[in-house]
Ligand binder design. Sequence first.
Ligand SMILES: C[S@@+](CC[C@H](N)C(=O)[O-])C[C@H]1O[C@@H](n2cnc3c(N)ncnc32)[C@H](O)[C@@H]1O
Length: 218
Amino acid sequence: MTSQDHKRTVAHGYDKIGEIYGQQATRSRTAQRAKYERVLLDGLEEGSRALDLGCGSGIPTTRRLARKFRVTGADISEKQVERARVNVPSAEFICSDMAALDFPPNTFDGVAAFYSIIHLPRDEQGAMLKSIASWLKPGGLFVASLGIGDTEVDYDRSWLGAPMFWSAYDAETNRRLIDESGLQTVSALEETTYLRGEEADLHGESETFLWVVARKLR
Ligand SMILES: C[S@@+](CC[C@H](N)C(=O)[O-])C[C@H]1O[C@@H](n2cnc3c(N)ncnc32)[C@H](O)[C@@H]1O
C-alpha cells in the first residue's frame, strides 16, 4: 500500500463515519480537548488568524475557535468539509491533504491539529511540522495531539464502521521532530483518557496522546 492508498482510506473513511465521530467528539476526551482549545483561546487575540488542520466536521473545535478567531479549516475528506461548511458558516474551508497545503510564510497566528496528524503517514509528519512552523507568524502558537505508538501502519478494517489508517512515532521522536521544525516547545505531555462502556468497546480502555504546545520564535 502506498501513502496515497492510506490517505484515500482515511478520506473515504471520514466521508462515511464523520457524523458519528463528531457526535463522539462532543462526549469523549472532553477534558483534554477543552484544555488545549483553551491554550489557543486564551493565548491569541480576538480576530487572530487560525488554521485548523484536519478540522473534521467542525464540531466541536473549529466552531469554538471561530467564535473568537478568523478560522481556515482544512480536511482531506470531501464530506467532512461539506459538514464543516454547514456547521461553521463563519469559517473558510479547504478540502485538501494537509501535506499538500501551501500557504505563504507567516500567515497564521495559531495552528490547531487535534487528532489529525496521527492519520498522516509518519514519514511525512516531520515535513508537516516544518510547514506549520513556516506558516506561523513569529510568536504564533501550535497546539496538536500527536501519537506515541511507534507504529508505521496501524490499520483497522472497521473503525466506527469504516476502514481506517493511523501512523505515529514514539513520543521522544515526536519531541525531536518539533525541535527540528524550528518551533520552540512550551509543553509536550503524554495525556491519557480512561474510557468506559460503549466508548471503551470502540477505542479501548485508555488512549494516550502526546499533546504539544509550541511557539514560533520571534
Ligand atoms: C479524528 S478526526 C479529528 C477531527 C477534529 N480535528 C477533531 O478534533 O475532532 C481526523 C480528521 O483529520 C482528517 N485528516 C486525516 N488525514 C488528513 C490529511 N492528510 N489531510 C487533511 N485532513 C486529514 C480526517 O478526514 C478527519 O476529519
